[in-house]
Design a protein around this ligand. Structure first.
Ligand SMILES: [Zn+2]
Length: 307
């Protein structure tokens, strides 16, 4: 080996050390050393995980933004992300009909069920679509009672979810229990404040009924004494008779706003809006910034209930 051959790599090494592309420093953040890998089913659950774990957690989202979680199927590349997870935050309440695949991809991680201790509401579905509790059972024609999975869309449930995630993080990383508990408490008080605000907003509105395309807001309605009138029957496009019924409710109750979920085809909502000379307003159940979004949702629904 010539001197020149030996020198070039040595020079490259020196240059790298000088410019910092090989790090000889001690790791700078918890994230690089002992951070916790979290995979959460949805964007809001990822957001709750960040609220509690802050810079100690790396969060991957299984159902990408803009994807309908009810019709989602995990791809092989998504399952690879799950392989490195220490903690999986699932929604529960029947949303993850593919949970078996997740467990198969990583049997060692702790699975936190966000819906644990949530007072679940029931919904009915008559076939194999959407939140079906019996995905393999395609021949059932009677209505099946099952949990409504949209638990996160209530700040009161949000507090329970934060506590569930905190418990999970402490289980996988007990040395940092104090850190997680402090973040939990900070966020519980923010959520309590939001709940208080929404309570006072809805104590003064004229009406209780609001029309939505996809019935995501059942828990929200329960918490604030409202009535959600869905356009999609059990997640399916409505027939003409049901559409006429919704139009009738809107006319009788003087409702002029139809709320749509950006993850669903707005066609039937637009038909109704045209019929009642109303407007279509989007409400995103899967928005990133939870508290800001829920405040926005509260204002939009409240203003539709007045006048
Ligand atoms: Zn939904």
């Amino acid at each position: 080996m010539s001197l020149r051959c030996a020198l070039v790599p040595a020079l490259i090494l020196v240059a790298c050390l000088l410019c910092g592309c090989i790090s000889t420093d001690k790791p700078t953040s918890a994230e690089e050393t002992s951070g916790i890998n979290v995979v959460a089913t949805t964007v809001p659950l990822g957001h709750f995980s960040k609220m509690v774990g802050r810079d100690r957690v790396r969060v991957d989202i299984l159902v990408p933004p803009g994807t309908n979680p009810h019709t989602f199927e995990p791809s092989p590349s998504k399952l690879v992300e799950v392989e490195d997870a220490d903690l999986y935050v699932k929604n529960g309440a029947g949303l993850e009909i593919w949970m078996e695949k997740i467990i198969q991809a990583n049997g060692d991680m702790l699975v936190v069920d966000s819906s644990a201790r949530v007072d679940l509401m029931e919904t009915t579905d008559s076939d194999d679509h959407g939140h079906a509790a019996h995905p393999g059972d395609h021949d059932v024609h009677e209505n099946i009672l099952m949990a409504d999975p949209h638990i996160w869309l209530s700040p009161k449930n949000g507090m329970i979810i934060v506590e569930n995630i905190c418990r999970g993080l402490i289980e996988v990383d007990p040395d940092n229990a104090d850190f997680y508990q402090k973040n939990r408490d900070d966020n519980l008080s923010r959520l309590r404040e939001l709940d208080f605000e929404l309570n006072s907003t809805f104590s003064e509105t004229d009406r209780e009924e609001f029309i939505v395309l996809h019935p995501s807001w059942s828990y929200f309605a329960r918490d604030y004494g409202l009535v959600q009138v869905p356009i999609l029957e059990s997640e399916k496009e409505p027939g003409p008779r049901y559409l006429a019924e919704v139009v009738e409710v809107a006319r009788r109750k003087n409702i002029t706003t139809i709320f749509v979920d950006p993850n669903f085809n707005p066609k039937s909502a637009e038909i109704i809006a045209r019929e009642i000379d109303g407007r279509v307003v989007p409400l995103d159940p899967l928005a990133e910034n939870y508290i800001e979004n829920m405040r926005h949702v509260g204002q939009e629904i409240a203003s539709s209930l007045d006048g």
